[in-house]
Design a protein around this ligand. Structure first.
Ligand code: ASP
Length: 470
C-alpha cells in the first residue's frame, strides 16, 4: 500500500452556481490556487448551474418526440460551454477543446435521437445524459487550471466510483471504489497534478454509467475524501455556511460556526439544502472535518462540521419540509399495533420511501406518519393494496391522508438531558396560535419534529428562532 502524502490533502467540491459561467470558473480556479499552496488538492465539480436540469428536460422532450425543444436545449448546452472555452482558454488550447466539446454535443444528440426514436427514456440512459454536464465542467476547469500553469487532469468518476445498479440513485460499493480511487488519484497527487473529478456520476462493475442522486456531487467529494484519508473536505457553494434557519423565512438567521456530523445529518434530512443527506457518512466514519464555504465570499469563516461542535447548548438550528402529507391508519382490536405497523412499513420499504416522522397512539391502535408530498400517491396505493382485506373486514377502520402539511424540526445535539426545551418550544407556538398536528422526538434527543399546516411553517420557524435566540 502506498503511504499517505506528507503534504496536507484537501478535497474541494464546487457546486453548480460556483461554476455557473466563465467569470465564476475563473474565480474558482483562483480559490483552488490559493488552497493548493502547501497542500495537495483534489477537486470535485458539479455541472454548470442549471445544466443538469436542462439535460433532464431535453431527455423528456426527446421521449415525447419534441425535436425542436431538445435541439434548442442542445444549442444552449453547447453555447454555454463554448463560451467558457472561448473566454478562458488561450488560443493554443482552445481549438482542441472546442473539437472535444463538439464530440460531447454529438453524444447529447445521439442519446436524444435514440430516446426520440423509441419514445422512451430509461433510468439507465437518463444517467448517461443527465451527468454529461459534470464531464464538461471537469474537463473545462482542468483546462483552465492548466492554462494558468497548474498541472491538472480531468478524471471521470465512472473510472473510480463503483456503484450498484440503482440507476438515478445508485449507492457506491466501497470495497471496490476505495482501491480504485487510491490507484487512480494517488499517483496524480504524488506527481503534483491536480485531479478534477466529475461529481454526481459513477459506474456499475460492468461500466454502465450511474448517478448517485440529485445534488450528490457533495457525496462524491466525501467518498473521495474518506478513501484518500484527506485532512479536510470543503464544499464550496453560494451560501455562507449552515444557517440557524432558512434566511428566506427568518431574515435574522445566522451562520453556525461549528456543527456536529449528527446535527448536520438531521438538518439535511429535514430540508436544509446545504449538503446532500448522504454526504456526511463517509467523512464521519473517518472523522474528517467538512467545511461549508461560500465561493463568492471565500474569506468568510464558513461552517465547520466535525464530530463534536462547540456552541450554544439546546436548539441550534431549525429546518422545515414544507410539502409533506400525513397518513393516519386506525385499526380495531383484532389488528394488533405491531402487525399494523409492520405492514405499513413493509409497504413503504417496497419503494424505499423515507418517512419524515412517525407517531403512535397504541391505545387507540392509530399509526400516523409523514412522507414527502411527491411520495404520497405511491404510498396511498401501496397501503390500499396492503390493507385491502383488512379494510374490507373493517380491521382497519380508517386510512386518512392529510395534504399540505409541513414538518418543522428543531435540532441540537446538546438538547439531550436538558429539561424544558420542549416546553419552551411548544409554548412559543401556542402563544402564536399555531396548532400542532403531530409530534415526534426520539430518545437520542437530537431533534424535536412536529407537523403543522404548511401555511403555518414560516410563523412556526420564526417563533422557535426567537424563543431560543438563535
Ligand atoms: N449536477 C447534479 C445535480 O444538479 C449534481 C450536483 O450538482 O450535485 O443534481
Amino acid at each position: 500500500m502506498q503511504s499517505k502524502p506528507t503534504r496536507p490533502l484537501r478535497v474541494m467540491k464546487f457546486g453548480g452556481t460556483s461554476v455557473g459561467d466563465a467569470e465564476r470558473i475563473e474565480r474558482v480556479a483562483r480559490t483552488i490556487a490559493e488552497h493548493a499552496r502547501g497542500a495537495a488538492v483534489v477537486v470535485v465539480v458539479s455541472a454548470m448551474g442549471g445544466v443538469t436540469e436542462m439535460l433532464i428536460r431535453a431527455a423528456h422532450a426527446a421521449a415525447r418526440g419534441e425535436e425542436g425543444e431538445w435541439r434548442d436545449i442542445g444549442r444552449e448546452f453547447s453555447e454555454r460551454h463554448r463560451d467558457v472555452a472561448e473566454r478562458l482558454l488561450p488560443d493554443q488550447d482552445r481549438a482542441a477543446l472546442l473539437r472535444w466539446l463538439s464530440e460531447q454535443v454529438k453524444t447529447f444528440e445521439n442519446l436524444c435521437s435514440g430516446f426520440s426514436l423509441v419514445r422512451e427514456v430509461t433510468p439507465r440512459s437518463m444517467d448517461s445524459l443527465s451527468s454529461l454536464g459534470e464531464v464538461l465542467a471537469a474537463t473545462l476547469l482542468a483546462a483552465v487550471l492548466r492554462s494558468q500553469g497548474r498541472p491538472a487532469e480531468a478524471v471521470d468518476a465512472t473510472e473510480i466510483i463503483v456503484t450498484d445498479e440503482q440507476f438515478g440513485n445508485a449507492s457506491p460499493r466501497f470495497e471496490e471504489t476505495d482501491p480504485k480511487i487510491l490507484a487512480r488519484l494517488r499517483p496524480l497527487i504524488e506527481q503534483g497534478t491536480l485531479p478534477v473529478v466529475t461529481g454526481f456520476r459513477g459506474a456499475t462493475p460492468s461500466g454502465l454509467c450511474t448517478t448517485l442522486g440529485r445534488g450528490a456531487s457533495d457525496y462524491t467529494a466525501t467518498i473521495l475524501g474518506a478513501a484518500l484519508d484527506a485532512d479536510e473536505i470543503s464544499i464550496w457553494t453560494d451560501v455562507d455556511g449552515v444557517m440557524t434557519a432558512d434566511p428566506h423565512l427568518v431574515p435574522g438567521a445566522k451562520v453556525i460556526p461549528e456543527i456536529s456530523y449528527r446535527e448536520t445529518i438531521e438538518l439535511s434530512f429535514f430540508g436544509a439544502k446545504v449538503l446532500h443527506p448522504k454526504a456526511i457518512q463517509p467523512a464521519m466514519k473517518k472523522g474528517i472535518p467538512v467545511w461549508i464555504k461560500n465561493t463568492f465570499h471565500p474569506s468568510g469563516p464558513g461552517t465547520k462540521i466535525a464530530a463534536s461542535a462547540v456552541g450554544q447548548a439546546g436548539v441550534r438550528a431549525i429546518t422545515s419540509v414544507s410539502k409533506a402529507s400525513l397518513f393516519t391508519l386506525g385499526g380495531n382490536d383484532s389488528l394488533s399495533f405491531p402487525r399494523l405497523a409492520a405492514k405499513v412499513f413493509s409497504s413503504l420499504s417496497i419503494d424505499d420511501i423515507p418517512s419524515l416522522m412517525v407517531t403512535q397512539s397504541s391505545a387507540e391502535n392509530v399509526l400516523c406518519f409523514a412522507v414527502h408530498d411527491a411520495d404520497a400517491p405511491r404510498v396511498r396505493t401501496r397501503l390500499e393494496q396492503a390493507f385491502e382485506l383488512e379494510m374490507r373486514h373493517e380491521y382497519v377502520e380508517s386510512l386518512e391522508t392529510m395534504a399540505q402539511v409541513g414538518i418543522v424540526a428543531a435540532t441540537g445535539e446538546q438538547m439531550k438531558g436538558t429539561p424544558g426545551i420542549a416546553g419552551r418550544l411548544f409554548g412559543a407556538l401556542g402563544r402564536r396560535g399555531i396548532n400542532v398536528i403531530a409530534i415526534a422526538q426520539g430518545s437520542s434527543e437530537l431533534s424535536i419534529s412536529f407537523a403543522v399546516k404548511s401555511e403555518d411553517i414560516p410563523e412556526a420557524v420564526r417563533a422557535i428562532h426567537e424563543e431560543f435566540q438563535l
